[in-house]
Ligand binder design. Structure first.
Ligand code: OGA
Ligand code: NI
Length: 357
């Protein structure tokens, strides 16, 4: 293509950090740095829709009554066979969720100069706005901007967060507190479903860590050519995903991509690599991806609940026996997380690097 026809949109992010939010509205084609090679495209016509094959939906109210053991069995089944489940009656007030979604949307609508105050492409920063996945290491960009916030212990991080919109810290802080409570309840239920003491995973996580992303996926003129996020497994312990009403999340099941369409007032929970390791492969940290669409912007807000960096992770001794030898060596979460960020979103799970000899 002649140089004269090159427009600003074709300038690679390396030259100037460009937030996708601002670029997306000005292009009618996907710029070349977002285009996936032919063998690595979403093939959206091959995706199964959720009807009839939906991932399990679990009513968390059942955890507090006579149906607890039934709910625990359902969680066990979901974690073994899907690596994913959705939860209703989860105890996070609707108003808290609504404020979280609204303040996030307002953030992404601020003028670029205001948003850029939070920009950094240094993946070690505990509060940062960035784009794609890891602009320093990746070859093809993703159709996503994201604000990443560490949030536990909240007091260590909240002072780094944006102050615009003015209610940001209060609304997001409250959401984080509620999501921590929910995460702890889920970790108890998951420990129990593995046949471990209720507080087993809680203890394994050391001082605990919690962070979140506010993912913003603008409408995309050619959604067949690119991803919001390509296939990956989450490196943390569990992820609790809040989606708005626009579909985009897909989960790999029996070799096929399955759309997990949003259900109001639910969270989508998935097992991350650390729980897979603790469970000695009984539970699966499953590949999933986010696709984009040409009609609507989409927001998703994952809460990543994880070990603290010094926590030592490995298969629970009670889950190791002659029929189930230890699948992983012990490692620290800090070591794991470093590998995850530096190798990019590869299809092979990062856990393979931590296999037992
Ligand atoms: C993630 C993720 C899915 C989505 O951020 O790890 O998988 O639907 N997001 O945005
Ligand atoms: Ni993920």
């Amino acid at each position: 293509m002649a140089a004269a026809t090159t427009n600003a949109a074709d300038v690679a992010p390396a030259t100037k950090p460009t937030l996708l939010t601002d670029l997306a509205s000005s292009v009618s084609h996907v710029p070349s740095n977002f285009v996936r090679p032919l063998g690595d495209r979403p093939n959206l016509q091959d995706v199964q829709s959720a009807e009839g094959s939906c991932i399990p939906l679990i009513d968390l109210q059942d955890l507090d009554g006579p149906n607890r053991s039934l709910a625990i069995r359902k969680i066990d089944d979901a974690c073994r066979n899907y690596g994913f489940f959705q939860v209703v009656n989860h105890g996070v007030p609707e108003e808290v969720v609504e404020k979280m979604v609204n303040v996030s949307r307002e953030f992404f609508r601020l003028p670029e100069s205001e948003r850029m105050k939070s920009y950094s492409d240094d993946a070690t920063k505990t509060t940062r706005l960035s784009t794609s996945f890891n602009v320093k290491t990746e070859k093809v960009a993703n159709w996503r901007d994201f604000l990443r916030l560490f949030c536990h212990p909240l007091g260590d991080y909240i002072h780094e967060w944006p102050t615009n919109p003015p209610s940001f810290r209060e609304d997001v802080g409250e959401y984080c507190r509620k999501m921590r409570e929910l995460s702890l309840r889920l970790l108890e239920a998951i420990s129990e479903s593995l046949g471990l003491e209720k507080d087993y995973i809680n203890k394994a996580l050391g001082q605990h860590g919690q962070h979140m992303a506010i993912n913003y996926y603008p409408p995309c003129p050619e959604p067949e050519l690119t991803y919001g996020l390509p296939a990956h497994a989450d490196p943390n312990a569990v992820t609790l995903l809040l989606q708005d009403d626009v579909p985009g999340l897909q989960v790999l099941r029996d070799g096929k991509w399955l759309a997990v369409n949003p259900i109001p007032n639910t969270f989508t929970v998935n097992i991350g690599d650390q729980v897979q390791a603790i469970s000695n492969d009984r539970y699966k940290s499953v590949l999933h991806r986010a696709v984009v669409n040409c009609a609507k912007e989409r927001m998703s807000i994952p809460t990543f609940y994880c070990p603290s960096p010094d926590a030592v992770i490995g298969p629970a001794p009670d889950l190791i026996d002659p029929h189930h030898p230890a699948q992983y060596r012990n490692f620290t979460y800090g070591e794991y997380y470093h590998q995850f960020w530096n190798r990019g979103l590869a299809k092979e799970t990062c856990l393979d690097l931590f296999k037992a000899d």
